[in-house]
Design a protein around this ligand. Structure first.
Ligand SMILES: [Fe+2]
Ligand SMILES: [Fe+2]
Length: 312
């Protein structure tokens, strides 16, 4: 593996078609979600935008792709299969890591496996399977994958919620497991990048859309450290910092990977290239955003951030 590792980050594509809707799927939450989607989101999230961004992303030949949730809209069985097909076009499971969003674990779907159809994209590799704390929740989170000097740590923050609520929860069991995983990875000297759908710190989302245990997650990060957290959910580009045991931990949120037009104050679609490099005792993390500046414009560099990431 080279000295410099590049992880491409894309999120919140929301492009699955709502085909196969049956009356038995319609509860209050899904009915409201369906109305909402017809009123606005279906005009915003466009498969062709995501396809154009993914083609550009793959042309840059990243070492790995991170997808931080909300592939679906209202969690219908047909959406999970369509999302699995989309993931297949992004890359094989060993090249692509996924965490679910609140639209992926949405409401009841009977006996359907739901995000279980994406299981291969959400499991530890051989290295990660040996890390203490992995796969301690029922759904197999957190998971760990190693790409050279980088360890990706996949955390699930999605839980079924009531109508009008898009909050998330990591849960005590997963938080305890995450602390052990981050501690073990620090001892190995790897750059730890946590993948999570919801913004991981208090105050980064309105209450009805936030992590209910963000403060507890912030505590785990403050004690165990991480070199970077990547998240989605807000459909906006965000750079924040959490406390770490030594230095500050950069927390980077990304706009939707399929927005074909501006919606409220959400920008056009994009993806990020995260370049991680060892510099002496620290890590250099540089993020380049790519997307279109106008709805039909070419995909170009949008911005560049050099993050102050100490080894935490
Ligand atoms: Fe989303
Ligand atoms: Fe979300």
């Amino acid at each position: 593996m080279p000295n410099s590792i590049i992880i491409a980050h894309i999120s919140d594509v929301h492009i699955t078609p709502l085909a196969g809707l049956a009356p038995r799927h319609l509860n209050i939450k899904r009915t409201l979600g369906l109305m909402n989607w017809h009123r606005g989101r279906k005009h915003v999230h466009r498969a062709e935008v995501a396809d154009r961004l993914v083609a550009d992303m793959l042309a840059t030949r990243p070492h790995h792709v991170a997808v931080t949730g909300d592939l679906c809209n209202i969690g219908l069985p047909g959406e999970y299969a369509a999302a699995r097909d989309w993931l297949g076009r992004v890359g094989p499971p060993e090249m692509v890591s996924v965490v679910p969003g609140n639209h992926d674990i949405y409401t009841r779907i009977g006996g359907h496996p739901g995000v279980g159809l994406w299981r291969e994209y959400m499991t530890s590799d051989e290295f990660g399977a040996g890390i203490p704390g992995v796969a301690e929740t029922d759904m197999g989170f957190p998971y760990v994958r190693r790409i050279g000097s980088v360890a990706l740590v996949g955390v699930n923050s999605a839980v079924e919620t009531r109508p009008f609520v898009a909050s998330g929860c990591v849960g005590r069991q997963q938080l305890a497991a995450l602390a052990r995983v981050l501690g073990a990875l620090r001892a190995q000297g790897l750059a730890r990048i946590v993948l999570i759908h919801h913004p991981p710190l208090p105050g980064l989302a309105p209450k009805s859309r936030a992590l209910t245990d963000a403060a507890a997650l912030a505590d785990v990060l403050a004690q165990s450290g991480a070199e970077l957290v990547l998240h989605g959910h807000n459909h906006r580009d965000m750079v924040n910092h959490g406390d770490g045991p030594v230095g500050r931990i950069p927390v980077v949120g990304i706009a939707s990977g399929s927005a074909g037009r501006r919606h409220k104050d959400e920008p056009l679609g994009r993806y990020n290239l995260v370049r991680v490099r060892r510099v002496d005792e620290d890590w250099s993390i540089e993020i380049t955003g790519r997307g279109s500046k106008t709805p039909d414009g070419p995909v170009v560099d949008l911005d560049r951030h050099v993050l102050d990431a100490q080894s935490t």
